[in-house]
Design a protein around this ligand. Structure first.
Ligand code: NAD
Length: 496
């Protein structure tokens, strides 16, 4: 298996990562490649094949043939997908350091965060290795007949993944699609394909039959749109921006493909005046600044009861000031760079707009001054108070290390403001009053509500469904619902 071309570039040898089609690493149809650069310092990490719509079509054809072959049971011996997922999980664990290092170099997050993501992926594979979709036998009015409800695989799945958690977000799609008996073509984000391609190699070693898993690297507009419009693709599972999700839903309607859309979020955290303030501060800190604030489930707006706002802000400021920015490969770094220049510019614009609308800058508000960080896309941990609800840090999703803090005078006020967003992915409430907690959990418009519970480390759990209300998405991933979203329901009625 020759995954790599060695070639001379700049002053050192680099590897060329290829497309993973039908169990082999191959060049793109044009043989073109492009560079992946480290967001912490701009250095060249590696080069990767630039996939084309033709490559995407080939991937779907391979996936289609593999699906038919496995479905017809023509493999000898028949595959045991549970066993393969379990072996792949073990291999992912054994290769944690290499996968995590590659991810930190291409994405920017700290090596500890990358290792956590790889472990989450291994756990996801293991979980789906042991899970089966639920069929049933149903008693119908005519007792002479037997009704059986089965879950069948959908067919070829297109999985489209963003750059913020490249492996973890791919993991739910890959593991549940394969476990449910489908084949899948994955398109990683164009800026974070390297760690993903390494996973292909591990699945070859785990014995996955060729064609069931394929990776096509390249842009969303070319490779992504071909996957979404290809008539042989039966389902699209997309994670990314809400605007892209809307476009994908339109494109997928051409032949009524099944869609799961995991989209943006502007998750509120509510801190009541009876909350354990230190625990709420830690949750906010971890929830906002983890992965440099680039997580769908990150805390993005804070609503604090007036009475405790000064002490909450003081404690949060003290902890956020202690965050160490730097290259994610350095052990002392606790927050890496923003992933890309456009993302950095977006966060800067959102903070400037919020300050122009009268907010008070408590911490950060720009790039760090250290010359050592000048080549990376770094942004200081930023806190603003006295925030106008119309400012961009509140009305838009902020995918970076900046947090608006808004004071509220009651739980009703907090819930109303928290719900005044187009998004409904996650929400969190901190209070010791059970009645208040229950009210908030019931009224908050979000797919996941955390009550006195941490965002961040394991920001969600593999065993429970995850997804959004409102414009945060359609459908659910993870848990049994996630597995079954990769199935069709078939009813068979047997006569006597
Ligand atoms: P993005 O929408 O720009 O890109 C996501 C993926 O879609 C990439 O692979 C991209 O190449 C591809 N793509 C872009 N345009 C496409 C098109 N027209 N057709 C097909 N594919 C296309 O998003 P991003 O900036 O990479 O990711 C950040 C966003 O993802 C944030 O909004 C974040 O909240 C969201 N997100 C959501 C979840 C969730 O589970 N709800 C999880 C993580 C990230």
């Amino acid at each position: 298996m020759n995954k790599r071309n060695w070639e001379f570039r700049e002053t050192f040898f680099v590897l060329t990562y290829k497309l993973f089609l039908n169990g082999e690493f191959v060049d793109s149809s044009t043989k073109e490649t492009y560079e992946i650069r480290n967001p912490a310092n701009g250095s060249l990490v590696d080069t990767v094949a630039r996939g084309t719509p033709e490559d995407a079509r080939a991937a779907v054809d391979f996936a289609y043939d593999a699906f038919k072959r496995e479905r017809q049971g023509s493999s000898a011996p028949p595959i045991n997908i549970s066993r393969i997922l379990q072996v792949a999980s073990d291999l992912v664990r054994q290769n944690e350091t290499e996968l995590a290092t590659t991810m930190t170099l291409e994405q920017g997050k700290t090596i500890a965060e990358s290792k956590g993501e790889i472990r989450f992926f291994a756990h996801t594979l293991e979980y789906y290795a042991g899970l089966k979709a639920r069929g049933s036998q149903v008693n119908i009015s005519d007792p002479s007949k037997l009704a059986v409800v089965e879950k069948e695989p959908v067919g070829v799945v297109a999985g489209i993944v963003p750059w913020n958690n490249p492996i973890l977000l791919m993991g739910a799609k890959l593991a549940s699609a394969l476990a449910a008996g489908n084949s899948i073509v994955i398109k990683p984000a164009s800026t974070t394909p390297l760690s993903t391609l390494k996973v292909g190699e591990l699945f070859v070693k785990a014995g996955l039959p060729k064609g069931l898993l394929n990776f096509v690297t390249g842009s969303g507009e070319t490779v992504g749109e071909e996957l979404v419009t290809n008539p042989k693709t039966r389902k699209v599972s997309f994670t990314g921006d809400t605007a892209t999700g809307k476009r994908i839903m339109q494109l997928a309607s051409s032949n009524l493909k099944r869609v799961t859309l995991e989209l943006g979020g502007s998750n509120p955290i509510i801190v009541a005046d009876d909350a354990d303030i230190d625990a709420a501060v830690n949750a906010t800190l971890n929830g906002r600044f983890r992965n440099c604030g680039q997580g769908c489930m990150c805390v993005k707006r804070t609503y604090v009861f007036e009475k405790i706002a000064p002490i909450f802000v003081e404690k949060l400021k003290s902890k956020a000031s202690a965050i160490v920015l730097g290259d994610g490969m350095k052990p002392e770094t606790t927050m890496g760079p923003v992933h890309s220049k456009p993302q950095l510019e977006k966060v800067s614009r959102q903070v400037s707009d919020t300050i122009e609308k009268g907010a008070n800058l408590v911490l950060g508000g720009g790039a760090p001054s250290s010359p050592e960080l000048s080549k990376g896309f770094f942004y200081l941990p930023t806190l603003v108070t006295d925030v106008d609800q119309t400012s961009k840090l509140v009305s838009e999703e902020c995918f970076g290390p900046a947090l608006p803090i808004i004071t509220v005078d009651s739980m009703d006020d907090a819930i109303e403001q928290a719900n005044s967003s187009i998004y409904g992915l996650g929400a969190s409430v901190w209070t010791k009053d059970l009645a208040r907690a229950k009210k908030a959990a019931r009224e908050l418009e979000a797919g996941t509500v955390l009550v006195n519970s941490l965002y961040g480390a394991g920001g969600w759990e593999i065993e429970v469904p995850m997804g959004g209300f409102k414009q945060s998405g359609v459908g659910r991933e993870y848990g049994i619902e996630g597995l079954e979203s990769y199935t069709e329901t078939k009813t068979t009625i047997y006569g006597s």
